[in-house]
Design a protein around this ligand. Structure first.
Ligand SMILES: [Zn+2]
Length: 96
């Protein structure tokens, strides 16, 4: 789902919402009014592009996934480390 930028006609606040295309009447994040206008992302002011927010959230998602994968790798490595040494060191035989 794309992130759209909305402008509230009541208080003038701008906010970004994750909505289905064509959604109308999104409640204002500031005052709760549904008198909001969807702004085209192509005319969003420079330096504050909704696309940047999307990229950031994608990146944090990816980081999360990577961290989870590292966890899994570390876990399997630990298991393997344990598996590589399944037998406790034997007491030396023949030391009579
Ligand atoms: Zn508002």
């Amino acid at each position: 789902m794309p992130i759209y930028e909305f402008e509230c006609e009541e208080c003038g606040a701008r906010f970004e919402e994750l909505v289905a295309a064509g959604a109308e009447g999104v409640a204002c994040a500031e005052c709760g009014s549904t008198r909001t206008r969807r702004l085209m992302s192509s005319v969003s002011p420079p330096g504050r592009q909704p696309r940047g927010a999307a990229v950031r959230s994608n990146e944090s998602q990816r980081r999360e996934r990577e961290a989870a994968r590292k966890d899994r790798i570390a876990e399997s490595r630990q298991k393997r480390a344990r598996g590589e040494n399944p037998h406790p060191p034997k007491k030396k035989k023949g030391t009579k």
